[in-house]
Design a protein around this ligand. Structure first.
Ligand code: ZN
Length: 336
């Protein structure tokens, strides 16, 4: 018996074999193309990944550059806040140091080194000070102070207008101390040189005298004496102040109400009381500004808390006040 194959005519058999060959070739070619395509794609992916990494690095560099650029641009605007904060930090550091001292001293308590008796009861003197006024909040502050029969100190800036002049007069008439902060409160301007500083301060002194009849000699530097913004050596300004009959006052407790973040009244009271505990000569820094209404809200509770403390007085700054100063000037420097 012959197989089917054998029975197929030759021509047909050849055609079938050719077809088989063609199919095999087709599959082989398809596989080869697929493999080549895969290899090509893998190479391409690797190259793209490399490019991406390079681009990412470039982007990071550009971003960092942009940040530096915008930081420089923003510097002028935020410099004021930073200085106030720097001063506040200084005060906090000082507060921290001060609050450590009593604990150290406690070890030798009962036996003072130099044989002197410690005073039985030291009266703690607390001075509330308000910077940057007058503002739309000044009247409210004055109302609260009057209600509690407390005298405070206002380190004011130069503001024109009837409302401002009324505020300066009211501060004086109600027995508070009218201190000077700066006429312009423009750091770039006042700290450009000794001349620029004195011109600004004397302009404020003159203006306040015209409005209230009081010649103020109490000064608080914008940003405090320890500010890091002044392009003029602060010591130069301090020496001039002392030689010209002014006294400057920094602070050793801060309400910390100067920053952009709005503090709850309770937090302001807490900040003040915390710093106050272990000191007996306390100058509290607060702000009289339209944007600081929580400071006004904190005031009644703060005053009540301080008045409830034993052997504690709330006073306005006077000639008798022992100044708190972040930068101390030696006798020699003043005489130079
Ligand atoms: Zn200020």
């Amino acid at each position: 018996m012959a197989s089917d194959k054998d029975t197929l005519p030759d021509a047909r058999r050849r055609r079938v074999q050719r077809l088989k060959k063609e199919i095999l070739l087709f599959f082989a070619a398809a596989m080869l193309i697929s493999i080549l395509l895969c290899v090509y794609l893998l190479v391409k992916v690797a190259a793209l990944e490399e490019k991406l990494t390079a681009l990412e690095e470039l982007a990071r560099g550009v971003q960092a550059g942009a940040e530096i650029g915008s930081a420089e641009a923003a510097e002028q605007r935020i410099v004021q806040n930073i200085t106030e904060e720097a001063g506040t930090l200084e005060a906090l550091v000082e507060a921290g140091k001060a609050s450590f001292q009593p604990e150290v001293e406690e070890a030798g308590r009962g036996e003072p080194a130099d044989g002197e008796e410690l005073p039985e009861e030291t009266v703690r003197k607390v001075y509330l000070t308000f910077d940057d006024g007058p503002s739309s909040g000044t009247d409210e502050i004055l109302d609260i102070l009057a209600e509690y029969d407390v005298k405070a100190t206002f380190f004011v800036v130069g503001k024109q207008g009837d409302w401002a002049q009324e505020a300066y007069r009211r501060i004086v008439e109600e027995g508070h101390t009218l201190g000077m902060h700066s006429y312009t409160h423009d750091y770039q301007q006042i700290y450009a040189s000794l001349d620029a500083y004195t011109e600004d301060l004397l302009k404020l002194q003159d203006y306040l005298y015209q409005v209230t009849g009081v010649t103020s000699v109490y000064v608080r530097f914008p940003g405090g004496s320890s500010n890091r913004v002044s392009r003029t050596d602060m010591r130069e300004l301090i020496v001039w102040l002392e030689e010209s009959g002014f006294t400057y006052y920094d602070w050793n407790v801060s309400a910390q109400d100067a920053s952009g973040v709005k503090l709850e009244p309770e937090k302001i009271v807490e900040n003040c009381l915390e710093g106050l505990e272990k000191k007996d000569n306390v100058i509290i820094l607060m702000h009289d500004a339209a944007s600081k209404h929580t400071t006004v809200e904190a005031l009644p509770l703060l005053i009540e808390s301080i008045q409830a403390m034993e052997n504690t007085e709330l006073l306005p700054i006077t000639e008798d006040t022992v100044p708190v100063q972040h930068v101390k000037i030696s006798q020699e420097e003043t005489e130079e």
